[in-house]
Design a protein around this ligand. Sequence first.
Ligand SMILES: [Zn+2]
Length: 51
Amino acid sequence: MTIDPSLKVPNKLAATVDHLLPRSMGGTDDPSNLATAHLSCNSSRGASLTW
Ligand SMILES: [Zn+2]
């Protein structure tokens, strides 16, 4: 589903920044480690919402 950048958390379809390798596992904030994901997709993956 397309991400609409005008939507804001806690809208389930808001854009969130997802770390491909979680910070807790040594991932960085480098753009190569970041991807946008819907809030609902991000949380369903069990990713940390703190970054
Ligand atoms: Zn999604």
